[in-house]
Design a protein around this ligand. Sequence first.
Ligand SMILES: [Zn+2]
Length: 596
Amino acid sequence: MSVPIDLSGRLLFSSSGYCALCRETLPEPCYWANFIPPANDAWTYKIVGFYNIGNEETLPRVIAAVGDLANAVCFDDLTVNFRSGRSLALKVNTHQNSGRQGDRTAHLVHLMCWKLLKALDPNLTQKSIYEFAQSTYSLFNTTHVPEGRDVITTGFTGVIDENTSRSDFGEFLKRVSRLPLELQLDISEACPSDWLSSLLTVCHSTSTLVSVFKRGQGERHVELICHSDVRSLCAKFVSIFGNRYISSLEFNEPSESSEEVLVKASDITGFKFAIGRYGVKAIRICYASNEPSEWLGDPTAGWIGVMYGSDIRRLRILCDDLKCIRIDFLDDSPIKEQPRLLLDKDLSFRTGDRHRMLQTRTTPPIRNFPKWRMCRYLPFFDEKGYMSSLTMFCTAHSITGMAASGLSLRSVGEQSLNRVAMHMFFQRGERIVNIWLRMPKIESESWHRPNIMVLTNLNRTHVFGASLVPGDRYHGRYKWTLLNEDPRSIPAGFFFDALTREGSSRKIDNIAFGFSGDEQDARYVDEIFLGIDHKPRIEDLGPKFKSMMVFIVNEVNPPTVMWWFNLSYDYVMPWNGNYLPPKISREQRHITEFEI
Ligand SMILES: [Zn+2]
């Protein structure tokens, strides 16, 4: 496909909105005359754009043009003159999130970042910068927070006068960038502006990454076939913006620069892998004995998935120029249905433990993991026992976060002070046995999100969420769904979809790897999945609680106490005996079964 052209012959592009080198968001473009940016930020307005004017099917043909976001009118008609005397006119849409459909992406970088990178590596070409920007676009083009402690690009301007000692500046930054990450972070936090920090990012990661990307091999599969015994799995790592990823994986080939995990001579059931923002962070082997291997790599803050398969000699990885982005088995015929769940925790149930998830809506696709879902999980119990209280944090419309306290406190979602906290305390031996969701009917287009009602084995109920008052004008727009009808199934925890965000306007189809979103920002629980254990013997659920009461749903008397909530009036009222448990709906139900 060639570049789209407007009626006056200008090639149409849309800006990526951030500097592809230091990853800072670019300033708002200014279209008024005579705008003078604040002195400390003036440097951020001067940018170089990289534009691919070739056909998409062939190798990129990249041109570069300088522009000024403080005088953004220049982007409406950007003229590029070639040595041959020919010239081209470009029209670049600089407004973020308003890209015209079909426009090609213009990768913009700060002029300062570009100069510094050229000083660090004079052999870099426009094409290599463009390919780097293009390869990382789907990763960086996100409002999500990076995993773990990324290189923070806050505050530095004013520390060093831009006009002095420029010749030594690249060298100085290069030295600073070799300091341990922690020191760099301390330096950047201690400094008042962001200029040095941005350039440091360029030194620290970009300069090495760009030269690696010059190999330009693109994505490719690598098969790890082994014809002898597999004794060990060896990985090499690459550090990208402060986080480590697996860059290559091999059998039986330990070397100085690699790490290895030994492979036991026992039955293998599959492997777990942890993905981070840019690729695969770690892998561990699962054995039939329920004792997994150590992690090869660091799974911290990663999203953990499971891939079933017994023949480790048939591993295959999908790589790009820098790192491994996917691991699976060579044959596409898995022994059983794969779970296709990426969880924010490394669940350690035993082989044979089965769980179900009831899904109420489809979720956005994850790059490189089609059909997979990313879920945050709040288990009701851990190896130490059952939770002693369950708290949900609510707004007038939604549940935004949940916490289970007990021997250890676990929480998911958002739970800031301005949320209303609703608590439920459990008595000794009390367990949740049924859960209802009150969901908006699809046709109602309501902004209200699910209410949750739980029923315990002591016949107590509790409702979490916004108003439930009958007769309010939204009442008819909802229906209740009982999630676990089978008396042998027992709720084991809540899942919610990490990628579903408040509002439909935010595009989420471009997210690459596991991102949970910003824990500091308001995040709404749009969809709630219920984790249900449906082993026949519920006594096995909490291993330390053999005395757990077996509870048959059909034999329950109507609940003795039911609480009514009305958040707007802040009142809670005991059940008066008139209201019966909600009706059951069977619509919109999809079940994913999985073992982990
Ligand atoms: Zn930059």
